[in-house]
Write a protein that binds this ligand. Sequence first.
Ligand code: SF4
Length: 302
Amino acid sequence: MTELTATQQTQLSKLEKKLRRNVGQAIAQYNMIEDGDRIMVCLSGGKDSYALLAILMLLQKSAPINFSLVAVNLDQKQPGFPEHILPEYLSSLGVEYKIVEEDTYAIVKEKIPEGKTTCSLCSRLRRAVLYKAAKSLNATKIALGHHRDDMIETMMLNMFYGGKLKSMPPKLVSDNGEHVVIRPLAFCKESELIQYSELKKFPIIPCNLCGSQPNLQRQNIKQMLNDWHDKFPGRIESMFTAMQNVVPSHLCDDELFDFKTINQDSNVVDGDIVFDEPELTAKPIKQQPENTLQQVNIINVS
Ligand code: SF4
């Protein structure tokens, strides 16, 4: 494997510091990790999950709280899956890990007619297997590698095709109430994760072994967002800030805001701007004041 040049080393350490800061900030803002947690890190073999594990391992060393990590890969028995890559990589890191083998590929092939999209059944099966693994490993949290751009794309997909204003939450509780799922990369840009993955030379396992076609709707949204980013720098950052600044009284969901009963006596915050132009002053990613971060102090970037 070729060594990094001095310039690449500098790039890597700057990028790593930035990713650590962003992951630490997301962990602090949403209280993702607490003292004594055992985090099951789901590793697909893609760039995002490799980066997630690497950054959590770095934070584990510097955080003043104790938490443990167990990396889990689900071998779905897709044809051509290179079984040796993850065990070799994880052994070299010295991290606890488990490879769960479950032939979900065969189930998907049996249930879904040829040519139809297989991803939704495949994801449901994968989720069930991973929840079971989390239970057997006594994991208190399950960490997934979705990043900021996944969350924005999901919001656009839901708006365009689902008629809902919703995205991927940074933290959620499973429907059966047994598992807490966290997304520590919530504040990380995909472009930085790509660059990090290249510099770290992660042994990427291709994600198209199942033969499924990429989700075209998601691809289109990604392209649209990339075009916006090129034409209007800062727009994506502003959208993500907007996701953290929701004003229910200025949307139309009467389950979130009680429009029927408001009157002159209601003390509605942000209510009296009906004739005003909106203030367009969004800053990229809501910044935490330093002391808020120090309260949790998991970031501790040196
Ligand atoms: S791309 Fe393949 S492995 Fe991934 S969710 Fe879809 S069907 Fe499953």
